[in-house]
Every structure is written in structure tokens, then in C-alpha cells.
Design a protein. Sequence first.
Length: 517
Amino acid sequence: SSRASAILSELDIPTTATEVPGVYDGAWKGSGEILESKCPTTGEVLAHVQSATPQEVQQTLEKSREAHKTIRTMPAPKRGEVLRQVREALAAKRDVLGALVSLEMGKIKTEGVGEVQEFVDICDYGVGLSRMMNGRVVASERPGHTIYELPNPLGVVGVLTAFNFPVAVYGWNFSLSFAAGNATVWKPSPSTPLCGIAVTRIIAGVLERNGIPGAASSLLAGGKDVGLGIVNSEDVPLVSFTGSEAVGREVGKAVQGRFGKTILELGGNNASIVMSDADLSMALPAIYFGAVGTAGQRCTTTRRLYVHRDIAPRVLEELTRLYGTVRVGDPLDGRTLLGPLHTAQAVSTYGAAVDRLRSSGAEILTGGERYNDGALSGGHFVKPTIAVPKNPQPSSASEIWRTETFAPILNVAVFDELEQAIEWNNSVPQGLSSSLWTRDIRNVGRWLGPEGSDTGIVNVNVGTSGAEIGAAFGGNKSTGWGRESGGDAWKQYVRWSACTVNFSDAAPLAQGVDFSG
Ligand code: UN1
């Protein structure tokens, strides 16, 4: 469509060629299988993208190893200056890159733009970090000795990202990895290659202006084989993977098998708990956004809602009413709140989850079917769903409570005591995000402490999704224990050296060991 071509050409993605190169190692290429980028709203094919052959994967890794040699000796603040320019270049394309996210992934425009903003923010963070990646000086027990802990770059960092955040998650990794002096090799999701190409073109322009090899931020469009090429490469000491638990388990084993390091960002199955003293004027819109936003396709999406018995009828009534107001449609239309699911497969998964709810005797308060009418029938549109499963206990072998379904389905249960709600919160395999709504500080203390939520992100009067970049992002248990973005996440992108230096004229042994004979 003309709309799609306008977006692509503004991002310097060739639209006249029949196939768009999806591999970048300083030059654009790609002789592997052809990926189809499809618009989930209309079904239109946006582009055919050339992916990497096994040989191109190896060549790109080699180029990135070379690029690393150039940037590893650059003073970190100089790398920070390059990140600052990347930030400016991204900000200049914020709106159109956000539109491409909406076009190719299907999330609404404000969220597409928000994703670019998240990349801009993490670049700012990387600029600051480039002057603050501090090691330590440790007191030695020996006279005239000093112990230094120094961070040095790792080499090549592999980044495998998912369709649902086709821009921001690469940003989290690239910014920290580059500030730390690594080259980065990125494999975007095979269904969002254009976002990968657009971002890489923007970064490549900045690298070129600064005389830095383009393979400092390489791109490898492709599917499973390309991913395996990165995961199994001895040249990639750190693999950052975002995706399903099933694939993450394989990635974790493979990388551990060669003693590499991983950052895993896998499934989420996030709960919101609403106490009877909660401010519902805040809680309800946040739960609505958490469960329906991004059409339920964030790792941090609210999938479980535990409501105190005293307020349950009111909460469910008002939430159902809110669901009824959702404006569904084209994600590029500024009024839309609910876009399509990303693929036809996701619609089937949604349907199967709804069937499972129905056959197990759950009550469906709203939703439970796809939109088939008019303009929506061309896209993967499903109705956001609230269900009350028969059994509120996630600890029973209930697939309904324990499985992450990447669609807007919110399962609800009613509780009497906070302890019970926390037990339910903690009794699923995943451990990404959770949120408690209360005005009682005693509940907050319990929730944040050793008897509280076991997730990596633990919020109070803030929904489960929509984290800022400053805090470490990631989850525990089957979410994979990875941390990205803020906090101490940068410390994973370096190799730490513990260095004992003897400035004296004697060479005493530690612990007073005497080896003089
Ligand atoms: C994801 O869903 O994979 O907290 C990432 C959030 C976003 C990132 C989500 N900042 O919802």
C-alpha cells in the first residue's frame, strides 16, 4: 500500500527492489531463504526480506569480532558519544519508526512510538554509563599490594529478540553492550525483519560517520538456523535471548554446554492483586491497560487478577464495562486502543485457550471470540476476554493458570486474605512481574519482603506492564533469571578481572603461607 511504502522509504528501506537485504556486517546482503514481512492488520505483504545463509552467519560473526577490536580500545566515554549520536538519529525518526512498529508488529501507534522512546532512553542511560562503568579497589592483606576489579569488554554479544518488542529490546542490549566495548550481532524475529533493518540502518549511519566498522552492530535476519548459528558459536561469549520458555530452555542448555553466558527473558504470567482498600480509580485503568494493551502480547501483560471478596462484584462489573468501551481497529489510527494479534497462529492459540476455559466450566464475562465483521476480518483481531475459571487454585495442575497464552485473556479469582493471593501469585512456573493495589503500608511490607512476591518486577499501585528503563528488567524461575536494561544489568556485558598488583620489593604469600623451605 502507499501508506506502507511511505513509511518504508522514509526509513531508507528500498521499496522498489523485489527483495530487501536483511543481513548487515558493514555491507547489506542476504542470500538465504526469503522471509515474508506481513502486516497483521490487513494481511498485506510488506516486503520480502533476504535472510542469512549459514556461511553469511559465520562471516558476519567474523566481521563483528574484527569490529570489536576497533571499539574495545576506544575510551568508553568516546563510545558514549557515539551512543549519544545514535540517540539523536533515533529521536529524529521517532514517529516514523514507531509507525513501522505498528505496521509490522501490530501494536498501536502510541506504543510503537513508546518503543522507540525506550531505545532513546536506554541510549541516554548508556551515555551516562559510559562514564560510570566503575570497577573497585579492594584492600589487600599484604603490604604494598592493591587489588583492582576491572571490567573489560567481552567480544561479540548475540542478541535474539522477539516479535512483540521489535525495537526496544535490541536497544536495551545494544546500548549496554556497545558502551561496554562489545560488538553486537542481532537476530530479530523472522516476522519483524523490517524493524531490524530500519534500526540497523539508523545505527549504521552513525557508526559510519564516526569511522567505526558497521559490524559493531550487525544484523542477521533469519529463522531458527540463523539463531542456532549464533547460539552455538564459540565466538559469542554472551547470548541475550527473548522468547518462549521452550526455546529459551534449549538456548540456555546450548550456551551453557559451551560455557558461554546467557541473559534469558522468557515467559511471563503476571498477576495483579487488588485489596479491598485499593484506589480503584487507579487500579482499574491500570489493569485494563495491563491486560488489553498491546493486545495482551507483552511479556509483562496482566494475565491473572486476584480480587478481594469485598470488592469483587464491583471490580468485575466496572472492568467488564471498560472492556466494552475498547476501540478496536487499525493500530495506526490514533483512536485505536486494540490492534490485531501478530499472527494467525496467535489467533488459534487464543481460540484454544478460550475453548479450554469453556470446557473446564469457566465463566466468560466478556470476549471469547474473534472479530469477524467488516474491515477487521482481514486482520488477526480477537476480543479481549475476562474469564473466571472454576478452580481459583493455580497450584492444582491447572494449565489455565500455569500457561502463558500470548493473547488478551485475563483470568480472575476471588480471595479473602493477602497471604492466599500471594501464594497464588507465586504458585506458577513463571516469575516476571506482579502488582499489588493497596493503601495499607502493612500490605506493602509483606508484598515486598521475604514472604512476598517472587517475581523479578514487584510493583505497588503500578500495573504489571510498562516498566521504565532505569530498573533492571527481567524475571525469576522459568522466566529465566535474566536482567536487562537498568540496574546492574550492564555488569553482565563485561568480563571482570580481579587484579592483585604488588608495588613492593617483597613477594609475600597470602594467608601467611611459608614456602621458603
Ligand atoms: C516485553 O514484553 O518483552 O515493561 C518487554 C514493559 C516494557 C517492556 C516489555 N517496558 O512492559
